[in-house]
Design a protein around this ligand. Structure first.
Ligand code: PEP
Ligand code: MN
Length: 337
C-alpha cells in the first residue's frame, strides 16, 4: 500500500506514520515530491491496521498497491527516476546512447571503437567481456582482460562503460573496471544473480528476458531494488514471437506501458531486437518517438569479421549517420542527445 500525506503535513507527522509502520516490522519507502509526500509500505500488510493509519494526523488517503512489484512501481515513486552512472545521467531530458561492439575482441579494437562512437556523440561504451552464447563453441569473451581494455578506453575517452555480467565473480571483476553492469536477456530471471547485482550497488541495465512479460520483468527489477540498489534501468531488446523475418520482435509498445507502470528509465536496443543493421536506424527512431530514455546500439569497426553479432552491427559511418538523423527526433521529444 501507499500512504498519501496531506500537502500541509510536516516532518513530525510523516515520522509518526513511518515509525508506526516500522514498529510493526514493515519497511518504509519515502518519496518526497514537490507537492506531496508518499509513504510506500513494503512487507506483510496484515501486520498493520489500515484504519489506524487512516486516522493518523495528516494522512490524506491509503491506496492499495495490487502489483507484486512495489519499489519499481510508479505508485511508490511518481516522479521518473534518474540513474547516475559515472559523470552521466540516464533519465528525463537526456537521450543516452550506449554504443560499441557485441564482444570485446582486443585492446586496439576497443580503443578504436571508443574513439569513433565518442566522436559521433555516444555517451557510453558497451562491450561484452562475458558472452552468454547460444552455442558453447562460440566465442565466450575475454573476461577480466576484456574489462581492462574497456577501462583503458574509458580513461582515454571519458565515456561511461557498461559490460554484461553472468556470475557473481563477473560482478566483482566488473566493479573494478566498468561503470555499469548489464544483466542479459538469458539471465533476467536468474534470481541469485539479480540479488548479487542488487548487493553490488552498481548501476544495473536489466534486459528483458527472451519471453518475459512486462510484469515478470518488473519483478526482476524489484529483486535488485529490494537489495537496496535503486539504480536500475530497463532495456527492451525484442521478444520471441512467431515472426522469423527479424531476430526478435521489438515490443515498442512496452515503452509507454513501462512509463505508466514504473519510474525506472527505459532503453531500447534496436540491434538485438532486429538482428540486422538495415533495420537498426528506423527502430532507433521508433524508440525515441515512443519515449525511451536511451538506445543501445552495436557498432563494429569491421562487422563482417566480428566475433559475435556482426550482421546487426553498424559501421562507424552508419552509426555517425544515424546519430545525425536522431538529433531532430530527440529535439521533438524534448531530449538532448
Ligand atoms: C548483448 O547485449 O550483447 C546481449 C547478449 O544482449 P541480450 O542479452 O539482449 O541478448
Ligand atoms: Mn550482441
Amino acid at each position: 500500500m501507499i500512504i498519501i500525506m496531506k500537502p500541509s503535513s510536516g516532518e513530525a507527522q510523516i515520522s509518526s506514520v513511518t515509525s508506526y509502520i516500522r514498529q510493526h516490522g514493515l519497511e518504509v519507502h519515502l518519496s518526497t515530491g514537490k507537492e506531496v509526500t508518499i509513504i510506500g509500505v513494503v512487507g506483510n500488510k496484515n501486520l498493520i491496521n489500515p484504519e489506524h493509519l487512516e486516522s493518523m494526523k495528516d494522512v490524506e488517503r491509503i491506496v492499495p498497491v495490487t502489483e507484486s512489484y512495489k519499489l519499481a512501481n510508479k505508485k511508490f515513486h511518481p516522479e521518473p527516476s534518474t540513474v547516475k552512472v559515472g559523470n552521466t545521467f540516464i533519465g528525463p531530458g537526456t537521450m543516452t546512447i550506449m554504443a560499441g561492439p557485441c564482444a570485446v575482441e582486443n585492446e586496439e579494437q576497443m580503443m578504436l571503437i571508443a574513439r569513433e562512437v565518442k566522436k559521433a556523440g555516444a555517451t557510453f561504451l558497451r562491450g561484452g567481456a562475458y558472452k552468454p552464447r547460444t552455442s558453447p563453441y562460440s566465442f565466450q569473451g575475454l573476461e577480466e582482460e576484456g574489462l581492462k581494455y574497456m577501462q583503458n578506453a574509458q580513461k582515454e575517452t571519458g565515456l561511461a562503460t557498461i559490460c554484461e555480467v553472468v556470475s557473481n565473480e563477473a560482478i566483482e571483476a566488473a566493479a573494478k573496471y566498468v561503470d555499469m553492469i548489464q544483466i542479459g536477456a538469458r539471465n533476467m530471471q536468474n534470481f541469485i544473480l539479480l540479488k548479487e547485482a542488487g548487493r553490488s550497488g552498481m548501476p544495473v541495465l536489466l534486459k528483458r528476458g527472451l519471453s518475459a512479460t512486462i510484469e515478470e520483468w518488473l519483478n526482476a527489477a524489484e529483486y535488485i531494488i529490494a537489495e537496496g540498489n535503486p539504480n536500475v534501468v530497463l532495456c527492451e531488446r525484442g521478444i520471441r514471437t512467431f515472426e522469423t523475418a527479424t531476430r526478435n520482435t521489438l515490443d515498442i509498445s512496452c515503452v509507454p506501458v513501462l512509463k505508466e507502470k514504473t519510474h525506472l528509465p527505459v532503453i531500447v536496443d534496436p540491434s538485438h531486437s532486429t538482428g540486422s543493421y538495415k533495420y537498426v536506424p528506423s527502430m532507433a527512431k521508433a524508440g525515441v518517438a515512443a519515449g525511451a530514455d536511451g538506445l543501445m546500439i552495436e557498432v563494429h569497426n569491421d562487422p563482417a569479421c566480428a566475433l559475435s553479432d556482426g550482421p546487426q552491427s553498424l559501421t562507424f559511418k552508419n552509426f555517425a549517420l544515424l546519430m545525425d538523423e536522431l538529433t531532430p527526433f530527440c529535439q521533438l521529444v524534448g531530449r538532448t542527445l
